[in-house]
Design a protein around this ligand. Structure first.
Ligand code: ADP
Length: 675
């Protein structure tokens, strides 16, 4: 049998919630860490890219400046005339856009020739710009000293358009026979250097700047798109005479939260995980409540099954017990385990019934009976006591609608039977009492009735004695015949007295409960002497109308006789106060068709006892069949209630109706039975 464990659902649910909260915290932490790491990885990647870019930009810039220097050396290598120089310088300036001006100066730094870039309108005159001149002079001094190119500090040159440009001069000493014969000065626009570099290397969201060592910004290539997040790297640019810092700023245009695909993927996965988690929590909650409901339903069902007084038994299609409730175990005295393991025959089948029960069971299995059936059977307790049960069996249908066995409700009938037996015994005792009461009543009638034959006997006996004493001497022959006649009367009268006593004796003694076939005439003739006894005393005329052709009825003869006797006695008592002419008791019997049983009408024998008494007033009619209800001083009030019980026990009925023009009619019906 299935056992339901007692579960306290509340404590584990708290634990479950703690677990869920811990799980949520862990998942959120994990996802946060993942997003953070993905972001950092992406930042590191960006930073490395920017570092590599600044490195490349630095090399590029240096290569560029070195390339410029080579071009300038080539320009001077052929010792050009001023005009030639100007021509070639013009060509060079058209190619090298970052060089804004080329100057050829003699050894005292006086200007021999000068060419400006064709891309700028006016750069002004260096000679006017003291700062520029000073820086150039310093650079050239350094160049002379080092024997190679030297750069000046940057200086600002205002432009005509109101803006200005940050410039830097490069001075290269021209040597002739080991002596410095002049200088070639190239003036660079710092912004032009950067924009040239940026055009070749940088993306639109990147910017190159040149700053002084102290961070003062000198020039920048402008970035078209600026983003939210800035990555930057810098590199010290050690040009001889002018140390500067080259810096690369790179903006990330995408929002910070989803900086790249990896982070986006992790974020999406994290969100999906959170959604799944929420769904899981919801599902768990639903499951929990469903579990709780189920457990409550199970506990309720279990409590119900346990508190039932009806035994419940489930059997498989093969007839093996699969479930019994405690009431069934208690009824038969076997444990659930014993009932489940002792299969054939079950331990509660009485030995003498095993064969028949087995046959019935085989029949049921074979026919797969599906109707609900109730039948009485005998079961055996563990103690060996055999007791009656009522078994109501119905097919056990599972959720899929398939029959999996039978479910039976078993009722122990032993107590009911005991009570029935008790009530039957009580009834019997009551009837015996009522009969004795009738007999008691009759005793007076009997004495009255016996008086006549006894008086007759006595007078015949006295007459006979007188004859014997006096008459023998006179006329012996006449005396003998008189004596014969007197003795004959005595015998007759004593026989009559004997019959009277016998009729009472028969009535009191007959105790057999058995049903027998009796004809209505027989019943009538059995009670008639007793009825007549009372009728004579009460001056009642008895009219009977019972045809000898009427069929026999199956009945408990003694009981039915008593019913008729009771009814006739009541009728006669009801007429006691009536004028003698009206005291007529009618006893009739006839066949009727019972209309209560629908189309299958059955024949019944109907006894009608009619009187012409005062009839039954409504207040009496209400309690007529209530035991111990009587309106008579010496009455017991048991007669009619017992009569109705007898009628119902026979499947018949006892009713009453008013008689016309006066009195009452008691109608007592008996079913004809199988014959
Ligand atoms: P009892 O005769 O001892 O009083 P019964 O049960 O036979 O008990 O009758 C109950 C009551 O029914 C009687 O006291 C009487 O009042 C009433 N009763 C019975 N039969 C008749 C009848 N034929 N006519 C009028 N009253 C009747």
């Amino acid at each position: 049998m299935r056992r339901l464990q007692k579960i306290d659902w509340r404590a584990p649910s708290v634990q479950r919630w703690v677990l869920v909260v811990v799980l949520v915290v862990l998942v959120v932490t994990l996802l946060g860490t993942l997003i953070y790491l993905a972001g950092r990885l992406e930042s590191d990647q960006m930073q490395r890219r920017v570092d590599a870019q600044i490195e490349a930009a630095d090399q590029d810039l240096r290569k560029h400046l070195t390339g410029d220097l080579r071009s300038l050396q080539a320009l001077m290598a052929r010792h050009p005339s001023v005009a030639q120089w100007q021509h070639e310088a013009d060509v060079l300036l058209a190619q090298q856009r970052e060089i804004l001006r080329l100057e050829w100066r003699d050894e005292t730094l006086r200007r021999k020739a000068q060419m400006d870039t064709p891309f700028r309108r006016s750069l002004g005159d260096d000679e006017d710009q003291i700062e520029a001149l000073k820086d150039m002079t310093q650079a050239c001094a350094l160049a002379r000293q080092s024997g190679g190119a030297a750069y000046s500090a940057s200086y600002f040159v205002p432009q005509e358009d109101g803006l200005g440009t940050e410039m830097m001069a490069m001075c290269w000493p021209l040597k002739e026979h080991g002596h410095v014969s002049g200088y070639l000065v190239a003036r660079y626009g710092l912004a032009d250097i950067l924009s040239d570099l940026a055009a070749r290397q940088l993306a639109r969201s990147e910017e190159l700047t040149l700053t002084e060592l102290d961070g003062t910004r000198l020039a920048a290539s402008s970035a078209a798109h600026r983003g939210v997040r800035l990555f930057s790297a810098q590199k010290r640019l050690d040009l001889p005479g002018n140390p500067m810092v080259l810096r690369l700023n790179s903006w990330q245009g995408t929002p910070d939260l989803v900086p790249n695909f990896l982070t986006a993927l992790v974020t999406v996965l994290a969100l999906a995980l959170v959604v799944v988690l929420v769904m899981l929590v919801r599902d768990t909650r639903r499951r929990l409540s469903a579990e709780l409901e189920l457990a409550e339903a199970l506990a309720f069902r279990k409590a119900m099954e346990d508190s039932l007084v009806t035994g419940l038994r489930a059997r498989s299609l093969q007839g093996h017990i699969t479930y019994v409730n405690p009431a069934f175990c208690e009824m038969v005295g076997f444990s659930a385990e014993e009932l489940r393991t002792q299969l054939d025959p079950p331990p509660y089948w009485p030995d003498e019934w095993v064969a028949e029960y087995r046959q019935v069971q085989q029949q049921r299995v074979a026919t797969q009976g599906s109707a609900r059936e109730g039948f009485e059977a005998l079961f055996k307790r563990k103690s060996g006591e055999v007791f009656p049960v009522l078994v109501v069996e119905a097919p056990l249908i599972n959720a899929a609608g398939v029959q999996t066995g039978w479910m039976s409700a078993v009722l122990d009938l032993s107590e009911k039977r005991r009570i029935e037996e008790l009530s039957r015994a009580t009834q019997e005792r009551l009837q015996a009492t009522a009969r004795l009461a009738t007999v008691g009543e009759m005793a007076s009638l009997l004495s009255h009735e016996l008086n006549q034959p006894l008086a007759a006997i006595s007078s015949y006996a006295n007459g006979s004695l007188n004859l014997l004493e006096n008459g023998l001497t006179v006329d012996a022959a006449g005396v003998v015949s008189d004596l014969q006649m007197a003795l004959g009367r005595i015998a007759e009268q004593s026989e009559r007295a004997g019959r009277v006593i016998k009729s009472v004796n028969d009535f009191v003694r007959r105790r057999k409960q058995l049903r027998e076939s009796v004809s209505p005439v027989e019943l009538l003739s059995a009670i008639l002497p007793l009825v007549n006894l009372q009728a004579r005393k009460s001056s009642v005329r008895v009219v009977t109308e019972v045809s000898p052709q009427l069929p026999q009825v199956q009945c408990d003869r003694t009981m039915v006789e008593q019913v008729l006797l009771n009814l006739t006695r009541n009728a006669m008592q009801a007429m006691e106060d009536m004028p003698a002419a009206d005291r007529i008791l009618e006893i009739r019997a006839r066949l009727v068709l019972d209309s209560d049983h629908g189309p299958q009408r059955t024949a019944q024998l109907e006894w009608r006892i009619l009187d012409r008494g005062l009839g039954i007033p409504p207040e009496v009619a209400e309690h007529l069949f209530t035991p111990f209800f009587t309106t008579k001083n010496e009455g017991m009030g048991l007669g009619l209630s017992l009569c109705r019980t007898v009628a119902e026990q026979h499947g018949g009925a006892l009713e009453f109706e008013p008689n016309r023009p006066q009195g009452a009619v008691f109608v007592f019906t008996l079913p004809l039975g199988p014959n």
